[in-house]
Ligand binder design. Structure first.
Ligand code: XMP
Length: 512
């Protein structure tokens, strides 16, 4: 086990993920619980994360000195480097030339951390994001690499196996970062590297059993992969103590509700309540155009319906949710960091307070592709596990402006044609998410000598590995032409199709 000590970086979970990818189990503990976590987990190595604070502030988060005396190999990243430098007797200063984004480090001395990965004299691209920098090495350390604005970009104390680096090895913009973290986790720390998703599954099952005891759990199914994987996992852990509630808000894609019901009732035989409440949701959404207002209405009604169904089945002690890590990080602020709500994801927050139930969220640490691996591990059909993500508020946030039954019907039909063309072209699995958006804009066209005045449909497709950043998919124009022609010919109400070429950032994947 490797313990990751968190100082509130937005990308701490990426460190955990890279360590998992190296086949090593890791857990994250906040910096002020580090000592307890070391006692409990008995890790073989420590990683100190980055963070938004400055070690120079009087109230900056610093770990207890005991972590340095535990005799464990340690890797400090960014803020973690500065914390190590400061606490172990080096120097840190506020930076005049701050470095953000791509930078290059030059390896100046051999060090265990990059032995076999980088050699002396080489320059390598890394991702930096820091305002402070180390200005003096602590006793026992020496500089092993520099960058233009960080002369102490990499420092090492080989005797104690302490390494500290100014850049972020966990992000993809540091191309060799995963190899450095693997080198640390396996060779420096000495973990075996045989941890797998099967092990995660077994650990998760144990944790669910320990948390739930003989209590009753209800789980809301959304139609998507995450809640389905959470439900199947929990069912493996506690069997009949679980009941699933599928709130059908009438905002799903074509054929989706039927698939969910078939999968759960027939394939898995998991007790399932199918609450068909489309009218309630659509009535409440009438005339509402603001994206956050729509999200709040849907989230609120979802809770009402869920609550009522839960009462009907006699209540439960726990509420299970398929919350993933990106949902958590985009909806709440990290410790100490400024809180910025980008979107109120409707599966985090709200429900638990209202229902006074404890939460079971077994996927909270995972990224989407890891959830898919877990789903396969649990025997979910490939076609289901491989489905593109779908947002909780459903098609409502793909109808900018007001949502009506007519618009939803148009959108469903067009979306199904678009996805059909994507499947036929063999592109479904290389694309992270593809969908249509029905714009509240009508334009003039001509069809068979007749003037038309119909809606514009936008097509979106992105590649991504975790939904946190994304690039628009580069279709060839023939494909787009084919999809557009079919949609305009087959779907009444659409006479123009456009393609969205915005990446995230600055866009988000969904339009609302
Ligand atoms: P954005 O649009 O924020 O989306 O770039 C990132 C990923 O999250 C999905 N998404 C949601 N998922 N509830 C969910 O369960 C939500 O409220 C929600 N909003 C966006 C989106 O489809 C993409 O995969």
């Amino acid at each position: 086990t490797i313990l990751i000590i968190d100082f509130g970086s937005q990308v701490t979970q990426l460190i955990a993920r890279r360590v998992r990818e190296a086949g090593v189990y890791s857990e994250i503990a906040p910096y002020n619980k580090a000592e307890e976590a070391i006692a409990r987990l008995k890790p073989k190595g420590l990683i100190l994360s980055g963070g938004p604070a400055s070690v120079l502030d009087s109230d900056s988060p610093l770990p207890p000195m005991a972590i340095y005396e535990a005799g464990l190999p340690m890797l400090g990243i960014c803020y973690g480097e500065q914390a190590m430098a400061l606490q172990l007797g080096g120097g840190v200063e506020a930076e005049h030339n701050r470095e953000f984004g791509r930078a290059f480090v030059e390896v100046t001395k051999p060090a265990g951390l990059f032995d076999g990965v980088w050699s002396v004299g080489e320059r390598h691209q890394v991702w930096m994001s820091h305002g402070d920098r180390v200005t003096a090495t602590p006793p026992g350390f020496e500089v092993v690499g520099t960058s233009e604005n960080a002369p102490f970009a990499m420092i090492a104390d080989e005797a104690r196996k302490f390494y500290a680096i100014q850049f972020h090895p966990e992000v993809v913009h540091t191309p060799d970062g995963a190899r450095l973290l693997t080198r640390f986790a396996r060779d420096i720390v000495g973990c075996a590297g045989d941890w797998t998703m099967a092990a995660f599954r077994d650990q998760a099952i144990e944790r669910i059993r320990a948390q739930v005891g003989d209590g009753r759990v209800i789980c809301g199914l959304s139609g998507g992969v995450d809640s389905a994987v959470a439900a199947v996992l929990i069912h493996e852990a506690i069997g009949e103590q679980l009941t699933c509630v599928f709130v059908d808000h009438g905002l799903l894609r074509q054929g989706e509700a039927e698939q969910v019901v078939d999968l759960f009732r027939d394939h898995y035989n998991i007790p399932l309540v199918h609450a068909e409440e489309a009218d309630r949701f659509l009535d409440a959404l009438e005339g509402v155009g603001d994206p956050e207002a729509k999200r709040k209405i849907i989230g609120g009604l979802f809770i009402d319906v869920f609550d009522a169904e839960a009462k009907k089945i006699g209540g439960a002690d726990f509420l299970a949710q398929g919350t993933l890590y990106p949902d958590v990080i985009e909806s709440v602020s990290a410790i100490g960091g400024p809180s910025v709500t980008i979107k109120s994801h409707h599966n985090v927050g709200g429900l638990p307070e209202r229902m006074k139930m404890k939460l079971v969220e077994p996927l909270r640490e995972l990224f989407k592709d890891e959830v898919r691996d877990l789903g396969r591990e649990l025997g979910l059909p490939d076609a289901f596990v491989g489905r593109h993500p779908f947002p909780g508020p459903g098609l409502a946030i793909r109808c900018p402006g007001g949502v009506t039954r007519d618009k939803l019907a148009i959108l469903r039909e067009a979306d199904a044609i678009y996805l059909d063309e994507i499947r036929k072209a063999g592109l479904y699995d290389v694309i992270w998410q593809a969908f249509a958006v029905l714009l509240p804009v009508q334009t003039v066209g001509v069809m068979g000598d007749q003037r038309t005045y119909d809606f514009v449909l936008a097509l979106r497709a992105v590649t991504s590995t975790d939904g946190m950043t994304a690039d628009f998919y580069h279709f060839d124009m023939d494909f787009l032409g084919r999809a557009a022609t079919r949609i305009i010919n087959e779907v009444r109400g659409v006479n123009r199709v456009v393609y969205d070429v915005t990446s995230k950032p600055p866009g988000t994947i969904e339009w609302e």
